[in-house]
Design a protein around this ligand. Sequence first.
Ligand code: SAH
Length: 271
Amino acid sequence: MNKLAIETKKILKEYDIRLNKRLGQHYLISDTKRQKILSYADLKDDDIILEIGPGIGTLTIPLASQANKVIAIEKDKKIATILKDRLKDYKNVELIIGDALKIEFPYFNKIVSNLPYKISSPITFKLLEYDFDFGILMYQREFAERMIAKPGTKDYSRLSVTLYFMANIEILDYIPRSAFLPPPKVDSAIVKLTPKGKINGTFERTCRALFQHKRKKARKALIESFHEISSNADPREIVDLINPKLLEKRVFTLTPEEILEISNEFKKIIA
Ligand code: SAH
């Protein structure tokens, strides 16, 4: 067993902690993967790092030694007590005890986190409301693959389309389940997320309507779920104003650009 695994087990035993799967508590115990994550973060001494779900500080402590400041948000009070003890010599960590989904983030320029997987989607969209250089984030492998899936593939989804315009996303490495304590049911991926742009509400609603019927033709999908886009227009009349070539395609084969074209037409007609 490597040093990090031994140390993690010792700390959890000392504080009599049983990890809570509902909070996504799978603690990293591979020192090699930790080194990789830290090197991808390309830490500079003026970096202000946001970390969501620091746990017992496996990433927090090395982050604090290399960056200017770390803001760590942990929901579990008991775990936060351990972290506080371990951080007493680090004056540059601001530990916030609370739910990262409910708290407004202070200024940060990078985010580095082994995220609680249950909140992968809402936390990613929340992050993308902020301006930052990039994030090095761990997600479940399947989720990461859906984030970057291309049109026509089985993983292509509403998530892939909405993120396409919002961020550059790259899978840098995979982490086997054995690198965590306790091991989760699935493997993980290290993702680099670089913010790119914003999307508008009509585009978001068009994606929602379309992907409720991923295998159907776009025309049918849009008509059946038109209530997602607008409630006071006749779906058939409006849908017929869209480029018919696009309406004939199956939803999962539409490119993000084509979906944007459809939603821009809606915006012109409905707004
Ligand atoms: N970064 C640590 C721990 C990862 S496990 C490591 O790599 O070892 C995820 C952590 O997120 C747990 O400590 C869990 O308590 C915390 N957590 C779960 N939901 C959260 C939320 N909504 N906001 C903040 N922290 C949360």
